[in-house]
Design a protein around this ligand. Structure first.
Ligand code: ATP
Length: 401
């Protein structure tokens, strides 16, 4: 079990607290177009203010590739964050991130003040976890808090390097929630534990399939990746998405499931069409056929109705469900039925339901089921690496309780 020190376990009164946030928000003409990440960061920031810390926020934004890019400055984030917090968040404008301006701003802080440093990726060392920049960041603070899950799978100065030079390193509320759900719930799940995997390609999720098969009781495979499994069973899959190089891997996974006594559920029917819709949301003529009866000139673009019912049924008695990857081309309403059926089944179950980031998180939110899930991960790459069973450097770096 991961048992990391959190903001509840540290003393910050009168201390300078460097907080690594995920303020990597979409910007258009200097305006923030989606402020979810800012809102999500507030509980940790408010807690540190209430406890009398001097709160120094930092984050990356986009990919400035190691040089100042005015269009990727965090200045607009400081403005919006001030409004959301109801308190000034002073922006420490500094092309060097930790230059004279930032140092002076920190030196002038009183307990409960908040400042925001410039985009950490203005510094070329950031993504290389360089020693000099790590030390410079650490020199600003007495305590470090990491609340940026989206970068936890990377070892950078602002989330890993800096922890080598600060004794007290804790995680924020957001990070704690990701650890509780994706880390601990998956590693010691309340059973039955059902894992559902979909999305485009088997190759993207090789280690996730293998790791979850060991942890879960039932593994459900849908989406584009299912057709490589169906082909591995010897079925005709027409022009469906297939990764010929991974057929042996799929056979291996089916054998592994059998050996471990795990249920591996694959589509028994599928929704087919003549071609991939273009544009993606175009009106399209479809039919539902048995999984072993896909005509050679047709492609599978969603699970079929019988499969949707079977998958929904498998979720019913579950106590823990993890889901990553849509069941079909959900961007098209005609091909979203399988994904909707699974989302609905998750919304209806009493199980702890965990959505593993990226496209799946977007799909669940877009389809209106977001509020009914126990946890929707904020990190695409980081959540996948967690599901692969990997240790995330950004998580490991925090002190244990
Ligand atoms: P992320 O990797 O960002 O977490 P994800 O794991 O949720 O995302 P991806 O592997 O990126 O999902 O795959 C999602 C894409 O797969 C969607 O755009 C969807 O249209 C596509 N897809 C799903 N089923 C099929 C199919 N049968 N044929 C072709 N494409 C499909």
């Amino acid at each position: 079990m991961l048992n990391k020190k959190t903001v509840e376990d540290i003393q910050v009164k009168g201390q300078r607290v460097l907080v690594r946030c995920d303020f990597n928000v979409p910007l258009k003409d200097g305006k923030i177009t989606d402020e979810n990440r800012l809102v999500a960061a507030l509980p940790t920031i408010k807690k540190l203010i209430a406890d009398g810390g001097k709160v120094i926020l930092c984050s990356h934004l986009g990919k400035p590739k190691g040089e100042p890019k005015p269009e990727l400055s965090l200045a607009p984030v400081a403005v919006r964050l001030s409004e959301l917090l109801g308190q000034e968040v002073k922006f420490a404008a500094d092309d060097n991130v930790v230059g004279p301006n930032a140092k002076a701003a920190v030196a002038a802080m009183k307990d409960g003040d908040v400042i925001l440093l410039e985009n950490t990726r203005y510094r070329v060392e950031e993504t290389k976890n360089g020693e000099a920049f790590s030390k410079e960041l650490a020199s600003l603070a007495d305590v470090f808090v990491n609340d940026a899950f989206g970068t936890a799978h990377r070892a950078h100065c602002s989330n890993v390097g800096v922890t080598e030079y600060i004794d007290t390193c804790a995680v924020g509320y957001l990070m704690q929630k990701e650890i509780d759900f994706l880390g601990n719930a998956v590693n010691s799940p309340v059973r039955p534990f059902v894992a559902i995997l979909g999305g485009a390609k088997v190759a993207d999720k090789l280690n996730v399939i293998s790791n979850l098969l060991e942890k879960c009781d039932t593994l459900i495979i849908g989406g584009g990746m299912a057709y490589t499994f169906l082909k591995a069973k010897g079925y005709e899959v027409g022009t469906s998405l297939v990764d010929e190089t991974k057929i042996d891997y799929c056979k291996e996974m089916m054998e592994k499931a059998e050996k471990l006594g795990k249920k591996l559920l694959l589509p028994v029917d599928t929704t087919i069409a003549k071609a991939f819709p273009s544009p993606i949301d175009a009106e399209i003529e479809v039919a539902v056929v048995k999984a072993d009866a896909i005509p050679a000139d047709q492609m599978g673009l969603d699970i079929g109705t019988e499969t949707a019912a079977m998958f929904a049924d498998a979720v019913k008695s579950a106590k823990t469900v993890v889901w990553n990857g849509p069941m079909g081309v959900f961007e098209n309403p005609i091909l979203a039925k399988g994904t909707i059926a699974v989302a609905k089944a998750l919304a209806d179950t009493d199980a702890t339901t965990i959505i593993g980031g990226g496209d799946s998180a977007a799909a669940v939110n877009q389809l209106g089921f977001g509020a009914q899930m126990s946890h929707i991960s904020t990190g695409g790459g980081a959540s996948l690496e967690f599901l692969e069973g990997k240790e995330l450097p950004g998580v490991v770096a925090a002190n244990d309780k």
